[in-house]
Write a protein that binds this ligand. Structure first.
Ligand SMILES: Cc1ncc(COP(=O)(O)O)c(C=O)c1O
Length: 291
């Protein structure tokens, strides 16, 4: 089945989908994006993704290309055109096309591109059981990590370093040792008091949609969650460490920089939270992974 993309109002074969080389997304990374998951063709937590996109666009003074409702309709149609199933929906909005010049153009129409591709969560289920490896890397990003900007070079370099070291994810660490988040995940620890801890929302991290959902689910389950900064030493000594994101969901960490975390396999809190996220996916979409 040929893949179909959505570009500025038209559904086109992926091989023919294109934007101008003068698009400010290409020239300046002047744009934002979202990645949402669909299970059995049904979008998961889409309201959160649409709300974050709206907030990010407002931060950059880029006009909303369409309402959240319309975005969802197009997204659903695009998923169906690409065969439905379990898939990732990418939404990218840039300030649009203009003669190359740093200041905002006087007039520009935002570019909206959406793509969908099948995504297999089976490896994630396995990783939830066995855990994944992390590699620490310096956090070399800009000062507005709360904006899901398409400028991902620092994240790309950190992720590449992790993969070259055989690790699943890079943990980004500031000069003073503070752990912010992963290259494309939020990072959590279970501290010595049994508290679930993650870096506070704000300019230093992208506040994940799964992060929000997990916080809500954990609290409803009677678990204690606190948003506070922690450093590498505390992370390395934590009872458990886990990562969350739309593509990872919730995965326990087995080792960091080659040193085991806890017993070296995902602990009870990581496993419980992983199961709660799957329950929430089932509640919203009816989908359950084969085990
Ligand atoms: C830097 C960063 N942090 C956190 C996340 C997790 O966000 P979400 O849960 O919305 O997928 C992502 C997702 O791509 C990310 O790129």
């Amino acid at each position: 089945m040929p893949r179909i993309a959505y570009v500025d109002g038209a559904y086109v074969p992926l091989s023919e989908a294109a934007v101008s080389i003068e698009d400010r997304g290409f020239q300046f990374a002047d744009g934002v994006y979202e990645v949402a998951a669909a299970f059995d063709g049904k979008l998961f937590d889409f309201e959160g993704h649409a709300a974050r996109l709206r907030r990010n666009l407002a931060e950059l003074s880029i006009d909303e290309p369409m309402s959240a409702k319309a975005l969802e309709l197009v997204g659903r149609k695009l998923l169906a055109k690409n065969g439905g199933g379990t898939a990732l929906l990418y939404i990218q909005v840039t300030r649009g096309q203009a003669r190359r010049d740093h200041p905002f153009p006087a007039v520009s129409t935002p570019t909206l591109v959406m793509t969908a591709r099948g995504y297999d969560y089976a490896p994630r289920v396995k990783q939830q059981l066995n855990g994944v490896k992390l590699l620490t890397q310096p956090d070399e990003r800009w000062g507005r990590c709360d904006i899901k900007s398409v400028a991902l070079l620092a994240n790309v370099l950190a992720k590449q370093a992790a993969r070259q070291a055989g690790a699943f994810e890079a943990v980004l660490v500031e000069d003073d040792g503070t752990v912010t988040e992963g290259a494309s995940t939020n990072i959590w620890i279970v501290d010595r008091n049994g508290m679930i801890v993650t870096h506070p929302a704000g300019r230093k991290i992208l506040s994940g949609i799964v992060r929000d959902t997990l916080m809500r689910l954990a609290k409803a389950d009677g678990l204690k969650v606190v948003e506070r900064a922690f450093d590498v030493a505390e992370m390395n000594a934590a009872a458990e460490v886990f990562v969350t994101s739309t593509t990872a969901l919730c995965i326990g960490v087995s080792s960091i920089d080659g040193t085991p975390v806890g017993s070296g396999t995902p602990g009870p809190v990581s496993r419980r939270l992983g199961a709660l996220v799957w329950d929430e996916i089932a509640r919203q979409t009816g989908y359950r992974p084969a085990v």
